[in-house]
Design a protein around this ligand. Structure first.
Ligand SMILES: C[S@@+](CC[C@H](N)C(=O)[O-])C[C@H]1O[C@@H](n2cnc3c(N)ncnc32)[C@H](O)[C@@H]1O
Length: 301
C-alpha cells in the first residue's frame, strides 16, 4: 500500500464512522464519537453538547444538539462579531454553524464544509428547522476547501483537524480562504509533546480523535509553516493520558499595504511601478521630481 492508499483508507474509515453517527441521529438516537477507549464512547461531558452552555443551544433543533461531536466550543473561542463571515471545518450536524450564524447576524454569514453526505443532509435539515438563512453547507474536504481565496474572516473547527490525513494541506487551505488579518479559533484534541505517535495510537483510535492528534509543538510548527502568526495552543482538559482538548488560535497577517521605503507600491507591485514608463500613472501624488527621472527606481527616491 502506498502512503496515498493508506491515507485514502483512513479517510474512508473516518467518513463511514461519521456517516453512521449522522444516521443514528436521523434515526432518532444520539451520536457517539470521539474518545480514548480505542473505538467509540458515548458522548459525555468531555465531548459533544455537554461542552456548551445549555442556554445557548436550547432553541436549536434537537437533532443539531444530539449530533454534536466536538471536543470544545469554538464559538466561545473565536469571539465572533456582527457581520463576520465564518467557516466551520468539518461542520457535522451543524451546531457550530447555526450558533455562528446567530452570532454574526443577518449581515454576516456562516459556511460549513464536511465530506460526509449524511452529515451534510442532517446539517441542512437542521438549518431549515432553525429557519437560518445566513448559512450554507458545502460538500468538500478540509484539505481542498470549496471556497474562494480570502473569502472568510474567521475559521472555526471542532474536533476535526485531528481527523485529517493531510494536516499541512488542511492548514494551508485554511490560510488561503482567510482574509488578510483573519483568524482561527479551533477546538481540537492535542497531544503533549512527550507523547510519541505510537503512544497516541495506543491511547485511542484514529476515528476516535486520538491517534491522529498533533502534539502542541507539531501544531505550532504546522501553523507557522502555513503562514500564521500569533499562534497559541492551550490545553483545557485531559481526554486520555497525555491527550488534551485544546484551544488553538492564530492569525493570518494583514497584507502589507504601506509602501516599502523608496517605493510607492506594495512589494508585489514594485516591478511595474518602477518601470519608467509607469511612473507617471502609478506614482501619482507620491512622485517626486527625482523619481520622474527615467533612470531612478521607485516614486520616492
Ligand atoms: C468529530 S465530528 C465533529 C463534527 C462537528 N464539528 C461537531 O462539533 O459536532 C467530525 C466531522 O468532520 C468531518 N470530517 C472529518 N474529516 C474530514 C475531512 N478531511 N474533510 C471534511 N470533513 C471531515 C466528518 O464527516 C464529521 O462530520
Amino acid at each position: 500500500m502506498t502512503d496515498t492508499d493508506t491515507q485514502a483508507a483512513v479517510r474512508e474509515q473516518v467518513r463511514a464512522r461519521y456517516a453512521a453517527a449522522a444516521q443514528a441521529v436521523t434515526g432518532g438516537g444520539e451520536a457517539s464519537c470521539c474518545g480514548p477507549a480505542g473505538e467509540v464512547i458515548e458522548v459525555d461531558e468531555r465531548f459533544g453538547a455537554g461542552l456548551y452552555d445549555p442556554a445557548s443551544t436550547e432553541d436549536l433543533p434537537e437533532e443539531a444538539v444530539l449530533a454534536s461531536l466536538g471536543c470544545g466550543n469554538p464559538i466561545a473561542v473565536a469571539d465572533l462579531h456582527e457581520g463576520e463571515r465564518v467557516l466551520d471545518l468539518g461542520s457535522g450536524g451543524g451546531i457550530d454553524v447555526l450558533l455562528s450564524a446567530r452570532r454574526v447576524g443577518p449581515a454576516g454569514f456562516a459556511y460549513g464544509v464536511d465530506m460526509t453526505d449524511e452529515m451534510l443532509e442532517l446539517a441542512r435539515a437542521n438549518a431549515a428547522k432553525a429557519g437560518a438563512t445566513n448559512v450554507e453547507f458545502r460538500k468538500g474536504a478540509i484539505e481542498e476547501l470549496p471556497l474562494d481565496d480570502a473569502s472568510v474572516d474567521v475559521v472555526i473547527s471542532n474536533c476535526v483537524v485531528n481527523l485529517s490525513t493531510d494536516k499541512p494541506a488542511a492548514l494551508a487551505e485554511t490560510f488561503r480562504v482567510l482574509t488578510p488579518g483573519g483568524r482561527i479559533g479551533i477546538s481540537d484534541v492535542v497531544a503533549a509533546d512527550d507523547v510519541s505517535l505510537a503512544e497516541r495510537a495506543r491511547r485511542g483510535s484514529y476515528v476516535g480523535c486520538i491517534a491522529g492528534a498533533l502534539s502542541r509543538s507539531e501544531y505550532l510548527e504546522g501553523l507557522a509553516a502555513a503562514g500564521f502568526t500569533d499562534a497559541s495552543v492551550t490545553f483545557t482538559h485531559q481526554v486520555a493520558p497525555g491527550l488534551h482538548d485544546a484551544i488553538v488560535r492564530a492569525t493570518k497577517p494583514a497584507e502589507v499595504s504601506a509602501p516599502a521605503a523608496g517605493l510607492c507600491c506594495a512589494p508585489a507591485e514594485a516591478a511595474t511601478c518602477c518601470e519608467p514608463s509607469a511612473k507617471a500613472s502609478c506614482c501619482g501624488a507620491e512622485a517626486t521630481p527625482s523619481a520622474r527621472v527615467a533612470s531612478s527606481c521607485g516614486c520616492r527616491s
